[in-house]
Design a protein. Structure first.
Length: 161
């Protein structure tokens, strides 16, 4: 087993988590925060809009079953990566579209897919960042939609690639 990690910000992490949990080869999905400047942020601090954090999911996956490229494609297909101020009705910097890459290979795969989207006419607002510290969100955010037997309100899957 070749276990790797991927980090995606695509609006409210509940819906992002929901879709990645359904992928064969994904071992775990954890909701959390990345990109900010305060140690050990809380949800309230992140929602203030002043911490610099983005709601992010950490996806642990088996590279022998699912490719990083396929995860990035899913990332783009489950949210509006052209929106610059949030995601759907969730407005604020904590809901921005972002990929935190772990190495140059992940960065290049993400850049290649962004170029393909631009060639299709999309104005991609997704930012790429080198991986920084990931802080797990509070327990009540984990596995949210499955625990509450609900469906995401901000995310839906559409075929783009």
């Amino acid at each position: 087993m070749a276990i790797s990690k991927a980090y995606f910000g695509a609006g409210c992490f509940w819906g992002v988590e929901y879709f990645f949990q359904k992928v064969a080869g994904v071992k775990s999905v954890i909701s959390g925060y990345m990109g900010g400047h305060i140690k050990n942020p809380t949800y309230e601090i992140v929602c203030s809009g002043f911490s610099g954090y983005i709601e992010t999911v950490e996806v642990e996956f088996d590279e022998n079953i699912v490719r990083y490229e396929d995860l990035v494609k899913l990332f783009f297909e489950i949210h509006n990566f052209t929106q610059t101020n949030g995601q759907g009705p969730d407005i604020g910097s904590q809901y921005l579209s972002a990929i935190f890459y772990c190495d140059e290979n992940q960065k290049n795969i993400a850049l290649d897919l962004i170029m393909k989207l631009k060639e299709k006419g999309y104005e991609v607002a997704t930012s790429l960042y080198k991986k920084v510290d990931f802080y797990k969100a509070e327990e009540y955010h984990q596995n949210y939609y499955n625990r509450h037997n609900k469906m995401p309100y901000c995310h839906s899957k559409r075929d783009i690639f």
